[in-house]
Write a new protein. Structure first.
Length: 307
């Protein structure tokens, strides 16, 4: 279970946030949300954003295989040299058995082993937004411990990483306004989020709506919620073993045991849905009975059920 109940001990940033002129703060924008659809982000309580730093295990694996490939090429050349050598002395005098060549092979094996071990280190894969608590969970990263912070203390920037004049890889960076009290540095959490600035604005707007538990879950996120209900696992850590979290981390019991249908497109009424059994709808965590009643009416109007 992700713990977002207890906010971390926080400190202000060591210096004011300045992302540079090639970064632009992403703002909430309600003017252009038509057609926006989030496929696989929310499961009804959690929203998970892939942390790009967690993908370094792929690079580590490739470096390990590259080192092993060069070692294998050298070893094959040495075997072929055994058959072509005119004498043992001729073989030993060749560059294939030169001490520096042998040393290079040993170093390649050491490099392959180091990167193989690095690739096997478990890494947290997601920044997690918890609708019920209103907090955001940043995993331990960049020398900082785990950070749990209110959503209001988080900003999103869209910019360019790498090359000069803003021509590098476009990235989205989640920037906390405060950091863990014992954190070594101020971190930029680079996430896989959107293709362009307008897309980032749209999805950031949906995420702001999602994190307000007194509002319905945005309509564009409901197919995603239904997906996780159907699969039975959470968006949080699926696919990796992180500490106690296993593959396909089970869906939160509060969602799994109480809700059956979130979203369907049976506008023509060809399927039979148990409408009389509806007891909660789009905003299941609201404590306001008046709001719940409004949400029930809205659910009927939009042909949406959440049981």
């Amino acid at each position: 279970m992700i713990n977002t109940e207890q906010v971390s001990a926080l400190r202000p940033p060591k210096k004011p946030t300045d992302m540079g002129k090639y970064y632009r703060k992403v703002e909430v924008n309600y003017d252009n949300l038509l057609g926006v659809k989030d496929e696989l982000g929310a499961d009804g309580r959690y929203y998970g954003l892939l942390l790009m730093g967690s993908m370094t295990d792929t690079d580590d694996s490739s470096y390990s295989w590259q080192a092993l490939t060069f070692f294998a090429i050298g070893a094959i050349m040495q075997v072929l040299g055994l058959f072509k050598a005119k004498s043992l002395q001729h073989l030993l005098d060749s560059f294939l058995f030169d001490p520096l060549f042998i040393l290079g092979q040993v170093l390649l094996l050491i490099i392959a082993f180091i990167y193989h071990r690095k690739a096997k280190i478990p890494r947290a894969t997601s920044v997690v937004f918890d609708r019920k608590t209103g907090n955001v969970n940043f995993p331990a990263f960049g020398g900082n411990p785990e950070l749990v912070i209110p959503f209001e203390e988080v900003e999103l920037y869209r910019g360019s990483l790498g090359f000069s004049l803003g021509s590098g890889m476009p990235v989205d960076s989640l920037i906390p306004k405060k950091y863990p009290k014992h954190g070594k540095r101020d971190c930029q959490y680079i996430v896989a989020f959107a293709d362009g600035y307008d897309d980032a604005c749209n999805l950031w707007t949906l995420l702001n709506e999602f994190m307000d538990k007194n509002k319905p879950i945005p309509y564009a996120m409901l197919p995603s919620v239904q997906h996780y209900l159907d699969k039975g696992y959470s968006t949080v850590w699926k696919g990796d073993k992180i500490g106690p979290y296993m593959d396909n981390y089970p869906l939160d019991a509060e969602i799994k045991n109480n809700y059956k249908y979130v979203f369907h497109t049976d506008i023509d009424g060809e399927k039979e849905y148990p409408r009389d059994e509806v007891n909660y709808v789009i905003a299941p965590f609201s404590d306001d009975p008046v709001l719940l009643e409004k949400n029930i009416k809205r659910a009927y109007a939009l042909n949406i059920l959440l049981l």
